[in-house]
Design a protein around this ligand. Structure first.
Ligand SMILES: Nc1nc2c(ncn2[C@@H]2O[C@H](COP(=O)(O)OP(=O)(O)OP(=O)(O)O)[C@@H](O)[C@H]2O)c(=O)[nH]1
Ligand SMILES: [Mg+2]
Length: 452
């Protein structure tokens, strides 16, 4: 296999999130480099409904599937994650433990609801896997599941426009159009029945979800036909985030470099049974990530070869083109930050950028200070040479005035030169200027005493 999908358990059956696995996944698959060019697909549905099998066939993943010989017992526990192979843009596939689990018994409902909220909060496309013969049946397992999905959506404080892709398994002889009609009716009915907060009373289902319905022949009894249709369905996941694509209507895509932290925070909030305020969470993730990016950028600056060379250069002598060089080092630093932080919330990103600029200027400051030292000693030397010439020609008359004009000249020269090497208002030469002035005054005083 050219690519490795490397499925891993993201959340255990006991609800513990595997942070190390998640960070490792983001790193090894290069997910974090993807900007917003990736989609998350989760699957939900009754236990032993062929969910893991479908994901594996669609995405060439290696989620654990039930061994047909073992009978229908629970296979997937908790929540699993893998990279879809050979699909662009990147797809994160999430396999969720089956709902209505016999093994979990009464306590299962909590995990089921929690995983529904998680899937809705994180996925752009949620596949609802259900048996074809369950359509229209009042007591089928999909009703509580759909209720859980809709209720979960209402808890997110956000119209995300998630795609709900209903995949009807073991397609019967009933014409697809009839199944579709019956299911759409059911969905609308369940949506109408669930209690909604005032803000969403009367909001149509279509504002929250893009609904798609498809059916598959039986994997067990019509394997060839199943394969053809699954291949066709797989094609729909290519360019899924482009307009018209399966997830083409999604809103507020969040940058992949914050994915791991975001998933962790979402799960933590769900476990603590707190409100999952997605907009607020996005600010939190943006703050965390922009801070991290700024720190990484700053540490890269400290060991940047061009910067180290300039710093060394300027210690020994006045560097030519100092301002141009140091300005380009600062600009490179800021543009590295911009590139990585680009998709995070603008206000957060801009605030952090300002902080980064201040800190970068602090890192670069010693080179400026060294430049000022060179300029100061040059100005003093210049003054001394002029002074000596004047002292030689000195007569009492006009001496004072002539010296004062030399002082002024040397000070102006320093002022202009120091301005020419500064790249920021906070890089200020006034202290150096005062020092220079007092050095000049001392020199002047000594010279005057010699003459008078
Ligand atoms: N009838 C039928 N059986 C299927 C289909 N797809 C998979 N199976 C079989 O159903 C059993 C369960 O498959 P899994 O893919 O493990 O099902 P699951 O939904 O992931 O199960 P849990 O993770 O335990 O909820 C296996 O024996 C599969 O071979 C299908 O389309 N039709
Ligand atoms: Mg499974």
């Amino acid at each position: 296999m050219a690519e490795d999908c490397c499925s891993f358990q993201l959340i255990s059956g006991d609800g513990v999130l595997n942070r190390e696995g998640l960070e490792n996944f983001s790193r090894t698959t290069n997910l974090s480099q993807r900007g917003v060019s990736y989609a998350v697909v989760a699957i939900m549905g009754p236990q032993s409904g062929g969910k893991s099998t479908l994901l594996n066939k669609l995405f060439q993943t290696d989620f654990r599937m039930m061994d047909a010989e073992d009978g229908r017992t629970q296979t997937t526990q908790g929540i699993w994650m893998a990279k879809a192979i050979g699909i662009e843009p990147f797809i994160v596939a999430i396999d969720v433990e089956g709902s209505d689990s016999r093994e979990r018994g009464q306590g299962g409902a909590t995990f089921e609801k929690q995983s529904a909220v998680f899937a809705l909060a994180i996925a752009d496309i949620v596949i609802i896997n259900m048996w074809c013969h369950d359509i229209g049946r009042e007591h089928a397992a999909n009703r509580p599941l759909l209720k859980a999905v809709f209720e979960a959506m209402l808890r997110l404080f956000r119209l995300r426009k998630t795609t709900l892709l209903f995949v009807l398994r073991d397609q019967t002889k009933t014409p697809f159009e009839r199944l579709e009609l019956s299911l759409s009716g059911d969905i609308e009915k369940i949506w109408a029945e669930i209690p909604k907060p005032d803000a969403y009373k009367g909001t149509p289902l279509g504002d929250f979800f893009k609904v798609e319905i498809t059916a598959l022949p039986s994997y067990e009894f019509e394997e060839d036909k199943f394969k053809v249709k699954v291949d066709r369905l797989r094609q729909r996941f290519f360019h899924s985030i482009s307009p018209g694509g399966l997830a083409g209507d999604r809103r507020d895509a969040q940058p992949a470099s914050g994915f791991a932290f975001r998933a962790e925070q979402i799960w933590k909030t769900i476990k603590e049974n707190k409100d999952l305020d997605l907009p607020a969470m996005e600010v939190m993730v943006a703050t965390f990530r922009c801070d991290q990016i700024a720190k990484e950028t700053l540490s890269r600056l400290s060991s940047d070869k061009t910067w180290l060379a300039l710093r060394q250069d300027v210690q020994a002598r006045k560097a030519p083109k100092f301002k141009k060089s140091i300005k380009s080092i600062l600009e490179k630093t800021l543009s590295q930050y911009d590139m990585e932080a680009i998709h995070f919330k603008e206000s957060v990103r801009d605030d952090k950028r300002k902080e980064l600029e201040t800190e970068a200027l602090q890192v670069l400051y010693p080179a400026y200070a060294a430049m000022l030292r060179h300029l100061r000693s040059r100005a003093l030397k210049f003054f001394k040479t002029r002074l000596i010439k004047k002292v030689k020609r000195a007569s009492r008359v006009g001496f004072e005035a002539s010296i004062d004009s030399t002082v002024q000249y040397a000070m102006d020269k320093f002022e202009k030169e120091s301005r020419d090497v500064s790249i920021s208002k906070v890089w200020d030469a006034s202290a150096a200027k005062e020092n220079l002035f007092s050095e000049i005054e001392t020199t002047k005083y000594k010279a005057k005493n010699q003459i008078l």
